[in-house]
Ligand binder design. Structure first.
Ligand code: IPE
Ligand code: IPE
Ligand code: MG
Length: 242
């Protein structure tokens, strides 16, 4: 590619966040883990609001993984209550602020009341286009790819597809994220440098940023610094810079 054709450095259109560190944040204050989860949930609005000015059209946040069921019943039940309350409390504001909300993950294990609220929020905000907020709830990358493969196999069994149709593009159409672009930047808070089963397929070429800040202490200012620093990165996608 010639110099003239090279696009100027751009910000990330899609940022995904692994919101980690709620438990430690609470423990440091001698409070139960759920206290940290409530504090963490309150940070989300600020990040969503920061998106338009930063040029971030898609924000995807990891709220509950397929592995998080291994936590105590008290913590899991508390989180499920928190998700229900979050939707009820934030719905009107999200709608008014032009946020389109989607959920990814397997809904089968979630309680019916929560799933109804999720469906309603998706439908209610489906006309919005200012920011696309995707909430990963009972989400696991391996689980998502497995479910996609199962549905693909079913289509073949039904005779609607053949094995020759199975390529990366077709498989991606069966993923929960089929309407979303791949994330450009994945941020994880709390100092852990791992993916924990988040957007495995979609993040094949994402840039990663691991920060020590615990999620309830994460601010729009820090978010903005990370997003702006992304422009200086050299994404090669396997090619060589001219
Ligand atoms: C992230 O915070 C939120 C969820 C996984 C639901 P954690 O609860 O994992 O907090 P730490 O990692 O124990 O501090
Ligand atoms: C990842 O965090 C899941 C969410 C942020 C929802 P975890 O705290 O569950 O991940 P591990 O267990 O430290 O890998
Ligand atoms: Mg954690």
């Amino acid at each position: 590619m010639s110099v003239e054709q090279t696009a100027p450095p751009q910000g990330p259109a899609h940022v995904a966040i692994i919101m980690d560190g709620n438990g430690r944040w609470a423990q440091m204050r001698g409070r139960p883990r759920l206290f940290g989860h409530h504090a963490g949930a309150r940070r989300v609005r600020e990040m969503v609001e920061a998106c338009p000015a930063l040029g971030v059209k898609y924000l995807t946040i990891f709220a509950f993984s397929t592995e998080n069921w291994k936590r105590t019943q008290t913590e899991v039940a508390g989180l499920m209550t928190l998700f229900r309350r979050y939707i009820v409390r934030e719905a009107r504001d999200l709608l008014a602020r032009g946020v389109r909300v989607r959920f990814i993950g397997d809904r089968i294990r979630l309680d019916e009341k929560l799933v109804t609220l999720m469906d309603e929020l998706e439908l209610m905000t489906s006309g919005n286009d200012r920011v696309h907020l995707t909430i990963a709830l009972n989400y696991g990358g391996r689980d998502e790819v497995t479910r996609a493969a199962r549905r693909l196999a079913y289509e073949i069994e039904m005779g609607r597809l053949t094995h020759r149709d199975v390529d990366a593009e077709t498989l991606a159409r069966f993923l929960d994220t089929h309407v979303l672009p791949d994330p450009d930047l994945v941020i994880r808070t709390s100092g852990e440098a791992r993916i924990s089963n988040f957007l495995l397929w979609q993040s094949a070429y994402a840039e990663y940023e691991f920060v020590d800040t615990l999620w309830p202490d994460f601010t729009a200012a820090e978010f903005g610094r990370i997003v702006r620093a992304y422009a200086a990165r050299d994404r090669r996608f396997g090619t060589v810079r001219a």
